[in-house]
Each structure stands twice: as structure tokens, then as C-alpha cells.
Design a protein around this ligand. Structure first.
Ligand code: IVH
Length: 679
């Protein structure tokens, strides 16, 4: 017999660890430091090791995985796990609402609405409050027993948080992988040379269907509950939304986006509201689900074949679709970068018809093994450029052809070179290459450069193709006669364009440097250079060593700048621009504070900080002599991460860069203010 005191301590520890697990994984609001949690966890592990009879199935120490199975057992669901009918447009939603109103005999219908998670449906069985079995959906009637794997999912409670739990409860919901965990998993897989996953859904499925639950334990999965199956010993409330509230009170994760709305207007408003947030959610959704909230009406409506009449899924346009690669050719960018582009059989994805997708570079084409003729999955989310995510290798036609990087630029015929250690091949034609010239003009005129409104791609194409403008200085020689002759150029837009060019003559040194389009010189570096040198002449006179005095300018950037200004042609264009009246205020060089607490340090901000806006944080870091960069590299000293930090955090973890939270940042900023962190 285990002494009473020890058994009691084990129970207290189980409750404590379960509670803090819930705070961390379900509420995303931990109460104790990780170290303290680890201490409680270890104490429980030690007690259980010394007294194995204390080990219960709901002990949080059981989340680490168990010895591998040879196959999954079959599980018959007590209540079938059905599917949902889909609505693809508003008319289908209206028709659904009309059928519900007719059956109800009233007009104002209350609906519970929630996201349609793009993961895997599962059913969790709790007997007398304890998690005893978890199963996949399977064919809806019989699924696979993945209990051991589901135990490792921290968001799933191992015990219902209630004094008197139902005798039996089946909780239905979805297992998912969050975007950040998906990115981290793929990065780790790549580092190990193992296969990566095409999307979070596949990653979640691959992780859950592991015979070795220790592998599942090493993958980060999460869970959201959206309903119940069989219930014994609990009288269901009258409204479906109250079932979700009860699940929440029992410590099950329920989507924060779940709501109750009225009528078809309420449904459609919700659909659009969530649609706008879709790209910002930390997980994938493929639609929303509308459910009649009145449970009695649900029963009256019943089912047709295998789907309920009381619920429907309203789908968003898919962000990923399968199509065929018709050809692979290349595009020439501003710096001569040659990017392979897949020409696709038109496919409707992410709300638009897509015919091209970027393949990034030659290595990427090889890594994905994309060939002309292949069937591929193409992804487009929000405003991002469509990309080929994966190749359906099993569907490869016999005559599929490999892509060959051209030796000559398809636009100007100059040699294409790929330098040692570079992922990108480049056209060596420089501003002789019309493709580069066009891109250079567009960059020069872009909003963050000289900001010439109205100088778009169509106009630049004509200006370059007709030999009217050869370089940015040529823009300032345009007049009404030349501009009004362009195709599709009305007098009004010609006047506006000339006025915009005129206005761009007055600019800032930083914008001008950025506008030159020097390789490796982005907006932040341009600002640093302007501040450091104060005048264009001082910058042009600087050698590589002098350039490297600028914070964050290393040998590669210094070389690009020096090479740019060493080129006679570039100096001429700059002279012509100045002669055309392009001007800016010059100032005395401002060398960065070398004494501040963060002097010489480079920081990257990601996520939302609890008390400071991003601009505030940037201001305080710069005031302390630090520099804020836009992306994480080996040269980053610290990454300051707040809530919902994304890929930058993952990158920092991969590179082993020190990660700070707001409190740690404040400590660095004000070493003397240690411990006085009240706002
Ligand atoms: S309710 C009677 N709610 O959609 C079926 N399902 O097509 C009740 N799904 O396999 C399902 N999010 O995995 C419901 N918020 C949500 C959902 C959801 C995703 C999935 C579920 C099911 C499929 C039905």
C-alpha cells in the first residue's frame, strides 16, 4: 500500500500539471514559468516511478508516447461521424436557410457558426471523465484507434475538468498543426534530409497516423472541439452553442471564432468577416460551418443520406489546387536574377485564375523535381505570388521533360552566370538588358523610392521597347509630345504622369540611394548609408573599408556598393539625374551612437509585444544605438518575439539567435531599471 500522503501528493501533482498544461496549451496564458512546470512534472514522474500503482491513465506523464504498435486496432464509433454538405456560393447558403425556415415554420433562425478546420476529424471517448479512447473518422462508422497518439496532444484534456463528469462522453473535433509548428517541422525535416510535408493538413495526418506514438509526441499537434457524439449521464442543453460552452468549461479547446448569429445575413457577414482574417489565423481553415442552434430543431431536420440537414459547410476558394505544368521558362528581374516560372494550365485558386507560379531558382526546381508535363499542387494565399508546393510524382507522364537553365538571357542574349555559393543565376547584361532596364525603371519609380505615381508596367514597357527612355534620367526628359503618343494614354493621365515626374525631383538622399537599385541595398541599408555619409558624394567616394563602418554593412554589401559606383555608366546616370534637377537636402554625417546600451547590435522584431507598439520598440532600440533589421540572419544579435510570432522566430531558433521577450528587451535597454518593470 502506498502511504496516504504520497497518494494524495500524486493526485495534487496530476491536477496541478494538468491545470498548467491547460493554461499553456488551451488558453495560451501560462501562469508559472516553464522551469516551475518542469519541476512539478518531474516530481510526479519520480513518484510514479517509485510507486507504479499510482500511475493513472489520465496522468500527464503519459503524454510522451508508448512503444510502437504493429497496426492500429479498429474502433466502431458509438455515433457515426458524418460529413457535411457544402455550399460554394451565397445562393446555396440562402437555399439552405430557406429549407431550415420552412421546416421550422418561422423566419428568425439562430445559427451557431464556426471555422471549418482543415485538419483531421477525430472522436475522443471519456468514461467517467477519463480519456479512454481516441479514434480517426475512418469511413464514418469505423475508425482507427489512435489513443496513444492523441494522448501526446497537449491541448486534449486527459480528464474532464468537472467534479461530476458525464458517465460517457464522445467529443468530436479536429486535430491540426499550427502554421508555426508546420514551418518548424519542415525546417527540421529538411535539416535531417528527410521528406517535407506539402501542407499543415498532411503534416498533421502524417503525424497522427504513426504507429510509434513517440514520433507523434515529437510533433506539435493541436486540437479544437466542435461537437459531441454519444452522451450518457449529462442532460444536453437546449442550444448547440451551450454544448460548446460546456466543453470549454470542461477545459476542451473551442475556437475563439465560434459565434451565434441570426438569419442568412448573419451567416454571410460571418463568412466575409472570417474570410478577411483567414490569412492571419494561426491555422488553415477551408470554410465556415453553419449549424442550427436549436437542438430540437436539429433533431426535427434530421439527416439525408450521410449528412445533416441542420448544418452546412460554406467553403472559401481553395488556396491549393492541382494543375499541369505546360512549360517552364524564365523571368529576368531588376538585378538580372533569372527566375524559373512554371506556366500552368489555368486553375482557379485562392479566388483568382492562376496561370504562372514561381519556382524560385534552379535548386528549387531540382529539389521539388518539377518537370514540364507534371501535375503539381499550386498554392496561392492572400496576395502572395502563387507557388508550386509539390509534384504528384505518381501522375508523371512518360514524356515529362526536365527544365534546363538557359545559358543566354532570353531577353537580351547576354551570358547567364551563377556564381559560386549563390542560389540565383543572373543575366550579365546589366542595363543593356531591356528586361533589367524595365525593372530598374519600375523600381526607381516605386512608392518607397522616388514615388512616381502612374508609371506602371504597361507604360514602362512602351518607353523601353520604343527606345524613348533608356535609364531613369530619361524620365526627366519626357514631354507631352512623347507621353501622349503612348498607347492607351489619355491627355489627363499624360498630364498627371508628367506632374508626378516633376514632383519626384525633390526627394531624400535615402530614397535616392534606394532608388538606384544597388544589389543588396534595401530600404533600411539605404537609410543607414544616407545617415552615415550625409551626402551622395561622400558615399560615392567611400571604399569598401569605409562602407563597412556602417552598422550592418558587411563585406558582401560593401562590395556591391563599391562595384556599383565604380561603374562609369552608373556615375553618368547619376550625373544626368542631378543635372535634370533631382535634389535632396544633404546633411553632416551622423555616425551611430556608439555608447548606447545596444550600440552595434542588430535586433529583429516579430509578433505583438504586450505593452509596446512595434514603432515604439524600434524607437527605443535605435535610441540605444541598436539597429532594427527586417529579417533574421546569422548577424542578428537578438530576436524580440511577442505573441503570434511567425517564421522569424523559427528562423532564430534554427540559427540559435538569442530570443528576447519584451521584459528581457526592457532589461537590456535599461540595465539600471532591473526589477522595476511596471507600466
Ligand atoms: S461539424 C455532422 N464543425 O468537416 C457532421 N465539422 O465535412 C458535423 N470539420 O469530417 C461536423 N471543422 O472533420 C464540424 N467546425 C466544424 C468543422 C467540421 C471541420 C470537418 C469535420 C468533418 C467534415 C465534414
Amino acid at each position: 500500500m502506498v502511504p496516504q500522503g504520497i497518494a494524495e501528493r500524486a493526485r495534487v501533482l496530476r491536477d496541478l500539471v494538468n491545470y498548467h498544461n491547460y493554461r499553456y496549451y488551451v488558453l495560451d496564458s501560462p501562469e508559472i514559468p516553464d522551469k516551475e512546470y518542469d519541476r512539478l512534472f518531474r516530481e510526479l514522474q519520480e513518484l510514479e516511478a517509485a510507486h507504479p500503482e499510482l500511475l493513472t491513465p489520465d496522468s500527464p506523464t503519459q503524454r510522451v508516447g508508448a512503444p510502437p504498435l504493429s497496426e492500429f486496432a479498429q474502433v466502431a464509433h458509438r455515433q457515426p461521424m458524418l460529413s457535411l454538405n457544402n455550399a460554394f456560393d451565397e445562393a446555396e447558403v440562402s437555399a439552405f436557410d430557406r429549407r431550415v425556415r420552412e421546416a421550422a415554420g418561422r423566419d428568425d433562425i439562430e445559427y451557431e457558426v464556426d471555422p471549418k478546420f482543415d485538419g483531421l476529424a477525430i472522436s475522443l471517448t471519456f468514461e467517467n471523465g477519463v480519456f479512454t479512447q481516441g479514434a480517426t473518422r475512418g469511413d464514418g462508422y469505423t475508425g482507427e484507434d489512435v489513443t496513444q497518439n492523441l494522448r501526446t496532444v497537449s491541448a486534449i484534456p486527459l480528464r474532464i475538468a468537472a467534479d461530476k463528469p458525464p458517465k460517457l462522453l464522445e467529443v468530436r473535433g479536429e486535430v491540426l498543426m499550427l502554421h508555426k509548428d508546420f514551418e518548424a517541422l519542415n525546417a527540421a525535416q529538411r535539416a535531417k534530409g528527410e521528406k517535407t510535408f506539402a501542407n499543415p493538413r498532411n503534416a498533421a495526418a502524417g503525424s497522427l497516423r504513426q504507429l510509434d506514438s513517440r514520433i507523434t509526441a515529437s510533433r506539435k499537434l493541436t486540437f479544437f472541439a466542435y461537437g459531441v457524439g454519444e452522451v450518457e449521464g449529462w442532460t444536453l442543453p437546449k442550444k448547440f452553442s451551450d454544448i460548446l460552452l460546456q466543453l470549454k468549461a470542461w477545459h476542451f479547446p473551442v475556437a475563439a471564432e465560434s459565434e451565434v448569429v441570426h438569419g442568412v445575413d448573419g451567416l454571410l457577414k460571418y463568412f466575409h468577416r472570417l474570410g478577411e482574417k483567414r490569412d492571419k489565423l494561426p491555422f488553415d481553415i477551408d470554410g465556415v460551418v453553419y449549424k442550427v442552434n436549436d437542438l430540437r430543431l436539429q433533431t426535427e431536420l434530421g439527416y439525408v443520406s450521410r449528412a445533416p440537414r441542420f448544418a452546412i459547410a460554406h467553403k472559401y476558394p481553395a488556396q491549393e489546387e492541382i494543375t499541369q505544368v505546360l512549360d517552364i521558362d524564365v523571368q529576368v528581374g531588376r538585378t538580372g536574377a533569372i527566375t524559373p516560372v512554371a506556366r500552368l494550365a489555368p486553375v482557379f485558386v485562392g479566388g483568382v485564375t492562376v496561370t504562372n507560379a514561381t519556382l524560385h531558382n534552379e535548386d528549387e526546381v531540382r529539389r521539388k523535381d518539377v518537370r514540364i508535363g507534371d501535375w503539381v499542387s499550386v498554392r496561392r494565399a492572400g496576395d502572395v505570388i502563387p507557388e508550386v508546393v509539390a509534384v504528384m510524382h505518381e501522375r508523371r507522364p512518360k514524356d515529362a521533360r526536365e527544365f534546363v537553365m538557359p545559358k543566354k538571357c532570353p531577353v537580351c542574349g547576354s551570358h547567364v552566370v551563377r556564381e559560386e555559393g549563390e542560389a540565383v543565376a543572373r543575366c550579365t547584361g546589366g542595363l543593356y538588358c531591356p528586361a533589367q532596364r524595365k525593372q530598374a525603371l519600375l523600381h526607381f519609380a516605386s512608392r518607397r523610392a522616388l514615388d512616381i505615381e502612374g508609371l506602371g508596367e504597361k507604360i514602362v514597357d512602351q518607353l523601353v521597347d520604343n527606345g524613348i527612355v533608356h535609364n531613369p534620367a530619361g524620365l526627366y526628359k519626357l514631354d507631352m509630345a512623347k507621353v501622349a503618343n503612348l498607347e492607351r494614354m489619355a491627355e489627363k493621365s499624360a498630364t498627371n504622369l508628367l506632374a508626378a515626374i516633376e514632383k519626384s525631383r525633390g526627394t531624400t538622399l535615402a530614397r535616392f540611394i534606394y532608388a538606384l537599385g544597388i544589389r543588396n541595398v534595401g530600404e533600411a541599408t539605404a537609410k543607414d548609408l544616407a545617415r552615415h555619409f550625409g551626402s551622395l558624394d561622400a558615399l560615392m567616394a567611400a571604399d569598401e573599408e569605409a562602407l563597412m563602418q556602417v552598422p550592418d554593412v558587411g563585406p558582401v554589401v560593401a562590395q556591391s556598393i563599391a562595384q556599383f559606383f565604380a561603374e562609369q555608366h552608373n556615375r553618368e546616370v547619376i550625373e544626368q539625374l542631378r543635372a535634370a534637377g533631382v535634389h535632396w537636402p544633404e546633411s553632416a554625417p551622423q555616425r551611430k551612437a556608439e555608447s548606447g546600451a545596444l550600440a552595434g547590435k542588430t535586433l529583429v522584431l516579430t509578433g505583438t509585444l504586450p505593452n509596446m507598439t512595434r514603432d515604439e520598440a524600434r524607437g527605443r532600440i535605435e535610441a540605444a544605438g541598436g539597429k532594427v533589421a527586417g529579417s533574421v540572419s546569422k548577424k542578428t544579435d537578438y530576436v524580440v518575439a511577442g505573441a503570434d510570432a511567425g517564421s522569424k522566430l523559427t528562423k532564430a531558433q534554427e540559427l540559435g539567435v538569442t530570443i528576447l521577450d519584451e521584459e528581457a528587451l526592457l532589461r537590456l535597454l535599461e540595465p539600471e531599471a532591473q526589477g522595476k518593470l511596471d507600466f
